[in-house]
Ligand binder design. Structure first.
Ligand code: DLL
Length: 434
């Protein structure tokens, strides 16, 4: 049976939902125009006033907000609330290392707990769950986001944070943990530790995992489910919008429902910036319509996916997004070909005996791009005959090269060689100086 936290809001008829969205959009646009110079200036430059928003389709006339805008207005310039009304900040560093700060009023912290409680419920959790939060606590939103949602749901909440994996496993066993919240790469790390410590999945009572904060493939989902003996759900979010809990999978797992009464999604073509239709892949853009600390108008996430409004068997009426296939700024251009790490990951896992730990190393030798993929393999394969290993290597090189249309070299390494991450995994090392 489908499990909800706020059934009425989650399953509300589209017409009523859209009416609510329009009211909230108007209020938010008026609010940021009045309270945030950054937005009033942007809107004046674009020649648009809050009163011009008459229908949801007017959203497309509003200017975009980018991460660079947030950096340019660091630390408080994009806040609409007074600093004295901000009760919390989180921050993310991104690839360039320059911080962006997100500010939350009490209203925002409450909304966040609610959307996280809804998300955990969609994954089958309830007040009788025992939820181990192994996302990092701190400026990263994963830990505190899952924590507040879990408590609001009334579940027994373990603020384990990431790291100290042996202790985590002991907690699983002693406290009867039912739910693991962490990055998919840390879930795999814990699965390895479980094996090293002589546990098997049947020693635990794990029912579901709520994994996100980084892209992961269906193949990785399968590995995690098999190793940990749980059902793995995808959860998505970003600090600028609220943190985890922007969208989540329900039990039918055909995309992640976006909590649309708080976050208005759009897909745009990142080149032309035109809106794209349902089913078309492009860049995900969000407008927050209920937050008051740092509401964002048409924030460009850089995440690539598509949206669907196909009705879901769970009864939720909020549109779904597909898994994020990559970020427009994570896309590698190798010998002129666009390559996403997720394509490589999918191709690697088509072969048996491959461990889900890999690293892609791109370099430039004599003006030509080279791609080496270091992949961990099962110990028993290493003791195999050399000719079998060679065959496996050639097979993988062929699979990956076909998948991305660029030649690659595979190098097998033994288990444990590739540095493990307790947060987001580092999949790509680009040594090219371009
Ligand atoms: O990663 C928030 C989060 C915490 C989400 C825990 C889920 C679970 P940031 O550190 O600001 O926030 O990073 C946001 O991470 O724009 C995506 O590129 C990526 N990301 C987050 N969730 C997923 C996911 C948190 N499920 C950035 N699949 C986003 C793919 C994801 N990428």
């Amino acid at each position: 049976m489908t499990n909800y936290y706020e059934k009425e809001l989650e399953t509300m008829p589209r017409a009523i939902l859209e009416k609510l969205q329009l009211e909230r959009l108007k209020t938010t646009v008026e609010y940021v125009y009045k309270n945030c110079n950054f937005y009033s200036k942007k809107m004046d430059e674009a020649g648009i006033k809050p009163t011009d928003i008459k229908s949801l389709s007017d959203l497309k006339n509003l200017p975009f907000t980018t991460k660079q805008d947030l950096r340019d207005n660091y630390p408080f310039g994009a806040f609409s609330a007074q600093k004295s009304d901000i009760v919390r900040v989180h921050a993310s560093s991104g690839t360039t290392g320059k911080l962006t700060v997100a500010g939350y009023t009490q209203n925002d912290v409450d909304i966040w707990a609610t959307v996280m409680a809804r998300s955990l419920a969609a994954c089958g959790c309830s007040h009788s769950s025992v939820i181990n939060v192994a996302y990092g606590y701190g400026l990263f939103t994963g830990g505190l986001g899952a924590h507040y949602g879990s408590e609001l749901l009334g579940a027994l909440t373990i603020p384990a944070s990431s790291g100290n994996s042996k202790r985590q496993l002991q907690l699983f066993k002693d406290l009867g943990v039912t739910t693991l919240c962490c990055t998919p790469s840390y879930a795999l790390y814990l699965a390895d530790e479980m094996q090293n410590e002589g546990y098997s999945a049947s020693d635990f009572n794990l029912k579901q995992g709520v994994f996100g904060a980084e892209p992961w493939t269906e193949e990785m989902r399968e590995q995690i489910q098999n190793k940990l003996g749980l059902k793995a759900y995808n959860i998505y979010g970003l600090s600028e919008i609220i943190g985890p809990g922007v969208s989540v999978e329900c039990e039918y797992q055909c995309g992640s429902h976006i909590w649309e009464d708080h976050f208005l999604p759009e897909i745009i073509n990142p080149e032309t910036l035109e809106q794209a239709g349902y089913g078309q892949q492009g860049e995900l853009v969000f407008t927050t319509i209920s937050k008051t600390g740092m509401p964002l108008i048409r924030y460009r996430t850089r995440d690539l996916c598509s949206l669907t409004n196909e009705p879901c068997k769970c009864g939720r009426t909020h549109v779904s997004m597909t898994k994020v296939v990559g970020r427009s700024d994570d896309m590698l251009i190798i010998r002129g070909v666009n390559v996403f790490p997720s394509q490589i990951e999918s191709a690697l896992f088509t072969v048996k005996g491959i461990e889900p730990h890999y690293q892609i190393i791109v370099d430039r030798v004599n003006n030509l791009d080279t791609t080496e993929i270091q992949v961990e393999i099962e110990d028993k394969l290493f003791s195999d005959e050399v000719k079998n290993l060679q065959k496996l290597k050639s097979q993988l090189e062929k699979n990956v090269s076909n998948a991305i249309s660029v030649g690659v070299k595979i190098n097998f390494v033994s288990r444990g060689t590739i540095e493990r991450s307790q947060g987001k995994a580092v999949r790509v090392i680009d040594k090219r100086r371009i």
